[in-house]
Ligand binder design. Sequence first.
Ligand SMILES: [Zn+2]
Length: 150
Amino acid sequence: MVEALNNNFAKIITRMDDMMKIIKKWDVIIIVLLVLISFIPYGIFIYGESSNNGEVYAIISVDGKEQQRIRLDNNTTPKEFTVNTKDGYNIIKVEGNKIGVIDADCPDKICTLPGLVNRSGERVVCLPHKVVIEIRGSKNTEDKEDFISR
Ligand SMILES: [Zn+2]
């Protein structure tokens, strides 16, 4: 009689053990799911960043020849540099996702008037020096800006 009770007790204990194992298994699955879910907003954030700003760049050309190409995004290191042409110089400033001519020795100084620009399709032109800064973006960016301006 006592032995039978002990046997039953042992069976109950074994079942509880199994139950605990199942619960622990689910715990692990739930924890893994939670960790995965917590990464989703981060993934969307990264994707959004790259599709908005990834492909915007400025092309600086002198007399129709491309001199340099600068990627413009918020991580671009601010810098100033001089573009020398046979007719004179233009000091170009890059700040964040913006670029522009801040000084030049051309007679009209029209190139300094737009200030810093950052929209794809915008151009800064110095006619006397034949210097052109043109901003180009990925198709995504252009579509987005069209959408906003409408
Ligand atoms: Zn100019």
